[in-house]
Design a protein around this ligand. Structure first.
Ligand code: GLA
Length: 390
């Protein structure tokens, strides 16, 4: 089934390229969105996260040109945006094209000047935008992989993740960490990725959801979030302030045993932000340990605890996300939490396959009762990271 769908999206992407640019592409590359199972706002604190690459992808079909022109088209937007390798400038890049052209800009920073040629790029995607599933990282990673190959740069996947992050930070203006791009580039089917954001080491851990007849549901609240806005950046600043006041270079250096001292040193709000990060790092390690020792059903309670910490200590949840989580829990989910940066977007729930209809119905009913927009609820599975398709 997913092979069939994949072929469909790749075919769609290459056909779209041919229609837009009047010639067949040199190749097609794809990269997935991600769901973070656990470990939120830990990446930029040098901590741990445990995301998966999901079965929703962005395809980029691309063709080298003989000149220095870059052209990008997206099936979600009309019009072709044109730029030039000699004129790429983060300040001038705006709107959807900032993502693909931002990646080109980031790659050009380290490439020998003048050796690169222009490229035409056409993007198509089935990663829902604005749902907290990293549709932006999917674009960045697909484009980074394509340009790395067309320009023969020979960069490894961790370096490409940094390129995607740089594009996001400098060009899009969102001070995000390395998790999304790492998941998109390094994810594997049926595995979670235990990411150490300090060493950038990544370890694939078998999830075993299917064998245990469990599934992961995404509950997209259809409330928007943007990490270029203030909330994300202000949480990041609190973490940096907290680390400084505690005399460490990042919150990674603190463990649960340091919290009593932190309570004495920090103001109440900064303390709560720090407590979230410190306990969340521990929850990631505990989740992976429980998964290995007891299997995937044991993960549930850690998801619930993570949500409570984001709601009460980090204060990045919303009434819609809280309701998605409490309704999922009430109707039989083994665990649930908001996922991603927060302030809107999606929650996830770990659900027994046999309970899925009940959980979905329950969430729909609770949202209707609260007068909220009906959420989109759909399953995701851990899938392959970015790759060349043809
Ligand atoms: C967003 C960012 C990530 C990470 C998460 C929160 O998805 O892009 O780098 O910080 O929020 O865990």
């Amino acid at each position: 089934m997913s092979g069939f769908l994949r072929e469909g999206l790749v075919r769609q992407g290459t056909d779209y390229f041919t229609r837009e640019f009047g010639v067949a592409p040199d190749g097609a590359w794809s990269a997935p969105g991600r769901v973070n199972v656990i470990g939120e706002h830990t990446d930029y604190n040098d901590g741990f996260a445990f995301p998966i690459a999901i079965d929703k992808r962005t395809v980029v079909a691309a063709r080298s040109r003989g000149d220095r022109i870059l052209r990008v088209a997206s099936s979600a937007f009309s019009g072709v945006v044109e730029s030039n390798l000699d004129k790429l400038n983060p300040e001038d890049l705006k709107g959807w094209a900032a993502y693909p052209l931002g990646v080109a800009w980031a790659l050009v920073q380290d490439a020998p000047a003048g050796t690169l040629t222009g490229v035409d790029l056409a993007l198509s995607s089935d990663v829902p935008a604005g749902a907290g599933l990293s549709s932006s990282a999917a674009v960045e990673c697909a484009v980074a992989l394509a340009l790395n190959e067309l320009w023969k740069l020979g960069l490894g996947r961790q370096a490409l993740a940094r390129i995607g992050q740089l594009a996001e930070n400098r060009v899009v203006g969102a001070p995000t960490g390395i998790m999304d791009q790492s998941a998109s580039l390094l994810g594997e089917p049926d595995h979670g990725l235990l990411l150490d954001c300090q060493s950038l080491q990544a370890e694939s851990v078998p999830l075993g959801f299917a064998a245990a007849e469990l599934g992961l549901l995404v509950i997209d609240t259809r409330t928007s979030h943007s990490h270029a806005d203030g909330g994300y950046a202000s949480r990041r600043r609190s973490c940096e302030d907290g680390a400084k006041a505690m005399g460490v270079s990042s919150l990674r250096a603190l463990g649960p045993e340091d919290l009593p001292r932190a309570a004495g040193v920090l103001d109440g709000e900064t303390f709560r932000r720090v407590r979230h990060v410190v306990t969340e790092n521990q929850r990631v390690l505990d989740t992976v340990a429980a998964l290995r020792a007891e299997g995937p059903a044991a993960v549930g309670p850690f998801l619930n605890a993570s949500h409570a910490s984001m709601r009460d200590d980090f204060e990045i949840s919303t009434p819609e996300l809280d309701l998605a989580v409490s309704a999922a829990q009430a109707f039989g989910a083994l665990g649930a939490r908001m996922t991603g940066g927060g302030f809107g977007g999606a929650a996830i729930a770990l659900v027994r396959n046999s309970d899925t209809p009940r959980v979905k119905d329950g969430i729909a009913r609770e949202f209707a009762r609260a007068g909220f927009t009906a959420p989109r609820v759909f399953p995701v599975s851990a899938s392959a990271g970015a790759r060349r398709e043809e």
